[in-house]
Design a protein around this ligand. Sequence first.
Ligand code: B12
Ligand code: SF4
Length: 518
Amino acid sequence: MFDEADGIGAREGTSARTDRPLPGAGPTTSAVGLPTAGARPARLHRPNTMRKTLLTYVKPHVQEDPLAMILGIAYLGGAMEQAGLPVELADERILNDSEMKETIERNDVIGFSALTPNIRRAIAWAKYAKEKGKITVMGGPHASVDQGIFLDSGHFDYVIKGEAEETLPQFIKAIEGGRDEDVKEVAGVAGVRDGEIWVDNPAPPLIKKLDDLPLPARHLMPMESFFKMNPERLAYIFTTRGCPFKCIFCQKELTGRGFRVRSTELIVDELEHIVKTYNPGVVLFVDEILTLRKKRIHEMCDEILRRGLKFEWIANTRADCVDYQLLKHMHRAGCRRIYYGWESGSQRMLDVLKKDLTPEVIVEAAKMTRRAGIWAKVYLIVGSPDETPQDVEETQRVLKMASPDLVRVSVFNPLIGTESWDNYQANIDLTDLRDNYVSSNRSAYVHEHFTQIELEQIRKDMVRNYEKWYYAYPQRARRLVERTMYYLENPTFAKKRVGRALGLVPPPSNKVDHLHAG
Ligand code: B12
Ligand code: SF4
């Protein structure tokens, strides 16, 4: 993506937005992005000893994301264990620099996982790992569409593109054997040696049977440390991969357009395991569209209820993939929040983003969700191509009609590997992208009508104004009426609510549930 030296260490080390100094010093790559003599990777193939692999997620360089448990490396950890290969998992967000260094030093192959905002730190840490003579490997969503930024940095030996539960163990065995021919057999692997790409395989086909995957190795993750920093004790689970929709800002390379599902029995087994082993405050289904196939979710809810599993959960989905019956069933089975990607209330912007939704559907979904006793959070985007002040106003109007319980607003960010990246090249400031990369709050998209500062203000105002409106008396009164109607319709939850009021039933585990449910 970048056409010149990255200079990561130097720039990041002085960045006001970096909350910790980064490892490594200044730039080590040549002007064309290839390794200089100082940065040349060591010979990769060493005597035949069983190498230990570290898989690590690094912090984003701009913003701290919510302390989400990272399922990507957990899935890979499970696959490595199943293949009988030694593996350690680490998350930089809960380590200090010296702990991170020690972790790298006690392993031989260092596998980094990163989303776009995290890649510069990954490169900086890879530099440190290379200085210690390690084999460095990059994987994950960004690497799958932009291997050059890692291979050209001089600090990575390999990139492994695509879903890697099958390919990572194959790759580790291949380097263990020490034969280049075996490495060349592994799908998705690209490698650089002495400044030259010597292997560059396309990503493997998507994994067909998700049921065959081992469970994510949560036992290798510092779950209690996550929970300490995340008062909700949020645990993650995945039940599907892929999404058939075509939103232009969304990367489809990694998980594809086909919708692959796990079987209900196995999903609920995993849920039961999570609930009994880790006692989470709430479980988040990170599927892009949990409810795309409603029958599947009815079955899952039946099974949760049949097994008597008591836990609260959150679903990610689209407004056009729910109906009232489904929402009520989900609520009975413990669903207390739904996160909807709405992006905009303006039909014009929904069309630009190819969201395939209408404001009417959005409003209706929010109303049904509230009526079912579930709290709705919506994700919005401002600064989409050609968005005007009228579109922003329209979104604010629709927001009030829908009246969700929380909004999160991001700035439009055309990321590499998405349709928006291909379509809006002329508007992407590559220098800004390289120097600042991206976050939810700012973007390298040069907007037709707004400056970055204006967009940031619009983003903040939208949230502030909405919150002010939401907590104002008329809305509170309306919610009270809605809640009363909800309790009349759901006497079991009404009894629980009364029990809570009298101190006979413990309060809900999170601060939002008081808005609605039992
Ligand atoms: C849960 C989630 C989050 C969580 C957790 C992030 C995480 N790292 O897991 C949170 C809320 C923090 C989050 C935030 C954001 N997210 Co998000 N998120 C997801 C989501 C829905 C699921 C991630 C997941 O668990 N996947 C399941 C696991 C199994 O897949 P995986 O992590 O990709 O790992 C597989 C491969 O990538 C590979 N792999 C991964 N790591 C490694 C390492 C090595 C060494 C190897 C060999 C292979 C490898 O093997 C794994 C197993 O197959 C995905 C969509 C999706 N379906 O993946 C988007 C997604 C990852 N998010 C995305 C984006 C854009 C963001 C944000 C930038 C949004 C924003 N504007 O703020 C932020 C960035 C946060 C930050 N870092 O600052 C994009 C990533 C695009 C990109 N180029 O990075 C995705 C792909 C959505 C999309 N379709 O566009 N996100
Ligand atoms: S944003 Fe959501 S609905 Fe749109 S393509 Fe991506 S995952 Fe699918």
